[in-house]
Design a protein around this ligand. Structure first.
Ligand code: 0A1
Ligand code: ZN
Length: 881
């Protein structure tokens, strides 16, 4: 470990590169142990560079074979090689070329960054700093070059050779059994978007004609035998290409667009220019192997990576502090896409739920950071929910404040100004401000201030004046390194509902408030609504218009009223969640002091849930979401302190059982009437019916009766698709019984040779909230099909346990913490990125009750004493705080 890798990097220290690399020509000879990379770099000093400034190139895990400047071998005294760097001490004034030949070892590359082998396929991952593991380079995103890449490999083991851009030529190398291919990418790009693939891959092909008539050849490459699982990804790609043209006027810009799916990948997928590389989990789908949730993720990630072609690739980031510039915006775009083509209004529920589940805890804990961080130790640790999900919310708020048309104009202006450049968050927000004429200077605080703003709202009704005064207070809580905060610019959508359930017009100073949109900019603000005939019920933060926490002084009856009458679908769902959360949180033992009972009368539960569940005019997907009670983690987050995960589990189970019993007739009617026969179709309507039926089944199973277990087993046996099978398996895995054993054994027997499906088998067992889940997971580590080396398998078993089994991971004896620490330490030895992400499971340890807190702290302290990678070191030390 060199010291530089553990140092903190600061945004304020940004300086432009001393040298620019304008053009790159790579000649890559693939071999498992010694891949040879000959690179020819066209370099010029930056405009302000002082003559003679050394040229410092980044490099990691490379063997340098030769180096020549302007075609002549460079004498040994003109360069130095140190860990992580190659320095040319006195480069010429003016443009020059460097020829560098290096070797790297794909087979030994267990970090899966740079050039590595996945199941015999050569592939690359260069974001954020992997290109330096392929060749020496100024490996930072503000150095943009055109690339020509020649790849040479054994024809039999690597018949497919791909890189970025358009194909130029290919052919056999006579008498050698080898062949080559040349690719050229005319669009200048940063090194993190470089990609190369070589392997024995099967493929499917299609084409897309862009709005202006350009023909694009589309290809999806997968391991042989899996080509029957690519159609959905291809359809999704074409839908995304069309949508981006229609919604944002953005067309694709090369002759080919290729996607390659590999089975060993640290993240979800990567947007390399013209050659996206995917975790195969996010490409491969067949009705019997992939659930509706998988189909949805595939569609949205295919779209996400494709959308990066403009937001990320055509305009990239000046430095890694600006990561949200491409990620927040691209997540926002993929959410809009999924809302349009699949989920409708339910999309907002799904995104808000994800944000609250992943980002709110991050923002409330020791790893809290602004959407644009001001510092980092290891950039790999900043691919976070804050940068991605909260970053997307910032774009959404801009769209809400400006309106869809002005937002689109802002995007157009951003491209007009910065196409082909490496930009900053300021560039983006300025384009929005200039296109709309709005002052967004206060809005910029969303990028720099961490923490989830807390909004307290109270409503006073004046019967004489017939006015309703909404008082809004905002507080941004302190976060590590940021003690005091300035008020934020918050779009707050509200409504007032009359006693008969009617929506009341909102009038402020004689003017109607369009869309109920209030702009909160002060610490305290009062909005006085006029002509309100009787005391209304307020509906606050409609459509989840800002990533904030809201507290209101609503009484339980008012929340029940909103569950039934709110015209805003998001807030109607939110009311049901709040209602359930309050009931669970108030149960004795969960840590709350409230006196309300977790056992309301069945009639009350029936009344509250009947409208959202039983109303047939509501979309099935929406009804399905309303049937899902808040998760254990949702409850823990709402409690925020002194969390006892066992007490939460018990209280939640009790409410589930009560709702299930109170709603028994409705649930069984839903279950019986939503059964479909005929061929599986992933279309939104069919998926919605499956979601509703499976949500009903899940809730019905809460009673734990033999009848419920039998029904789940029947559901498993009758399943003709993965959605139904995995729902039943996950229900059964919670109930120790012959039925569970039968289903798990059957699933294993059927899918043992199918890695992605087998991951589901590991995951359901790891997620099952059982007193012995630590032991179960521990035993599964020794299963012949388990491997610590495959990130998907690790996430399925260890990740599911740590992130999705709160009572198991937080077991009162600390066994869950020790288990995770042990496994993360082992993984850290060969893949720090995956290890560091697993350790994120400790992020909320300070909200636990004292005994668990002490045990979690001990596990973290123990880790801190070990030899850790930079990645794990940063997470462990910051988490300890
Ligand atoms: N840019 C990708 C995410 C990604 C980040 C890092 C990776 O390797 C360490 C891989 C992918 C995206 O947003 O999809
Ligand atoms: Zn992305």
């Amino acid at each position: 470990m060199n010291d530089e890798s553990r140092s903190t990097k600061f945004l304020k220290d940004y300086a432009p590169p001393d040298y620019l690399i304008k053009d790159v020509s790579l000649d890559v000879t693939l071999a498992p142990k010694g891949a040879r990379i000959a690179s020819l770099l066209s370099i010029e000093p930056n405009s302000s560079t002082v003559a003679g400034t050394p040229l410092v190139l980044d490099g990691d895990a490379l063997r340098l074979e030769s180096i020549a400047l302007n075609g002549d071998d460079l004498e040994a005294n003109r360069y130095t090689v140190t860990p992580g760097k190659l320095t040319i001490t006195n480069p010429p004034v003016g443009p020059f070329t460097l020829d560098i030949v290096t070797l790297c070892d794909p087979e030994a590359n267990t970090e899966l960054s740079g050039l590595y082998l996945s199941n015999g396929t050569y592939c690359t991952q260069c974001e954020p700093e992997g290109f330096r593991r392929i060749t020496y380079f100024v490996d930072r995103p503000d150095v943009l070059a055109t690339y020509t890449v020649r790849i040479e490999a054994d024809r039999e083991t690597a018949p497919v050779l791909l890189s970025n851009g358009n194909p130029v030529e290919s052919g056999a190398i006579e008498g050698t059994g080898r062949h080559y291919a040349v690719w050229h990418d005319p669009h200048p790009k940063p090194s993190y978007l470089f990609a190369l693939v070589g392997g024995n891959l099967a493929s499917i092909h299609d084409s897309f004609t862009t709005a202006s008539g350009r023909e694009v050849a589309l290809g999806i490459y997968v391991e042989p035998g899996k080509e029957d699982r690519c159609d959905w990804a291809m359809e999704s790609l074409k839908r995304a290409m069309r949508w981006d043209e229609e919604r944002f006027g953005l067309e694709y810009d090369l002759d080919v667009f290729n996607i390659v799916a590999v089975s060993d990948f640290n993240m979800g997928a990567m947007e390399n220019k013209g050659l996206n590389i995917f975790n195969d989990k996010l490409v491969l789908a067949r009705p019997d192997t992939a659930s509706d949730a998988d189909y949805t993720s595939i569609e949205s990630v295919i779209a996400h990576e494709y959308f990066h072609n403009w937001t990320g690739n055509r305009v990239t980031c000046r430095d890694w502090f600006q990561l949200c510039l491409k990620e927040g915006l691209t997540v926002f775009r993929d959410q809009e896409f999924t809302g349009d083509v699949r989920m409708g209004p339910v999309m907002r529920i799904l995104t808000a739920r994800l944000l609250k589940a992943r980002q709110f805890p991050e923002d409330a804990g020791p790893l809290s950071h602004p959407v644009r961080p001001a510092s980092y130790i290891e950039i790999n640790n900043f691919y976070t929910a804050t940068v991605y999900e909260k970053g997307a919310e910032l774009c959404r708020m801009l769209q809400t404040l400006l309106g869809q048309d002005a937002f689109r104009n802002g995007i157009a202006l951003y491209f007009e100004r910065h196409d082909g450049e490496a930009a900053t968050v300021e560039n983006f927000v300025n384009a929005m401000a200039d296109a709309s004429g709005r002052d967004l200077s206060q809005f910029m605080r969303w990028y720099t201030q961490a923490g989830t703003p807390e909004i307290a709202c109270s409503l006073d009704y004046d019967p004489h004046a017939k006015t309703a005064r909404l008082r809004v207070n905002q507080v941004v809580p302190p976060t590590p390194g940021q003690g005091s905060k300035e008020p934020m610019h918050i779009p707050l959508k509200v409504g007032l509902i009359g006693a008969n359930g009617d929506e009341l017009p909102l009038k402020l100073k004689g003017e109607l408030v369009p869309d109920g949109l209030l702009e909160v900019t002060e610490r305290e603000q009062v909005f006085e609504f006029e002509d309100i005939p009787a005391p209304p019920t307020p509906s606050i933060l409609r459509d989840f218009s800002a990533p904030v926490r809201v507290t209101t002084s609503l009484k339980p009856e008012q929340i029940e009223f909103l569950m039934i009458h709110d015209s805003d679908p998001f807030n109607r769902w939110q009311a049901a969640q709040t209602y359930a959360t309050d009931l669970i949180a108030s149960a004795r033992g969960t840590g709350s002091t409230s006196a309300r009972s977790a056992r309301p009368r069945p009639a009350a539960l029936r009344k509250a849930w009947s409208r959202p569940c039983a109303t047939e005019t509501l979309a099935p997907t929406y009804r399905a979401e309303t049937l899902k009670l808040p998760s254990e983690s949702d409850i823990a987050r709402e409690l925020g302190r002194n969390v006892d995960t066992d007490a939460i589990l018990t209280a939640r189970d009790t409410l589930r059982t009560n709702v299930s019993a109170a709603m028994a007739d409705t649930l069984s009617e839903i279950y019986d009437t939503t059964a479909t026969d005929g061929a599986f179709s992933p279309d939104p309507d069919s998926a919605g019916l499956r979601a509703l039926r499976n949500a009903a089944l899940d809730l019905m199973s809460a009673t734990g009766t033999d009848e419920a277990t039998d029904r789940a087993l029947r559901h498993y046996r009758d399943a003709t698709n993965m959605t139904d099978a995995i729902t039943a398996l996950s229900i059964l895995s919670q109930i120790p019984s012959a039925a569970r054993d039968e289903a798990l054994a059957d699933f294993y027997a059927r899918w043992q040779d199918d890695p992605l499906v087998l991951d589901k088998w590991f995951a359901v067992q790891a997620r099952a909230a059982r007193p012995d889940s630590v032991e179960t997971v521990h035993e599964l580590l020794s299963h012949p099909k388990f491997s610590l080396k495959n990130p998907n398998r690790v996430r399925a078993l260890i990740g599911s346990f740590a992130m999705a089994n709160p009572s198991g991971f937080n077991r009162a004896d600390g066994a869950g913490y020790r288990f995770l620490a042990d496994q993360a330490l082992k993984i850290d030895g060969f893949n720090p990125h995956v290890a560091a992400r697993l350790l994120g499971a400790f992020e909320s340890w300070k909200t636990l009750e004292p005994r668990r807190q002490a045990l979690a702290r001990a596990a973290l302290q123990d880790l801190a004493r070990q030899e850790l990678s930079t990645d794990a070191y940063e997470i462990v030390t910051k988490t300890l705080g």
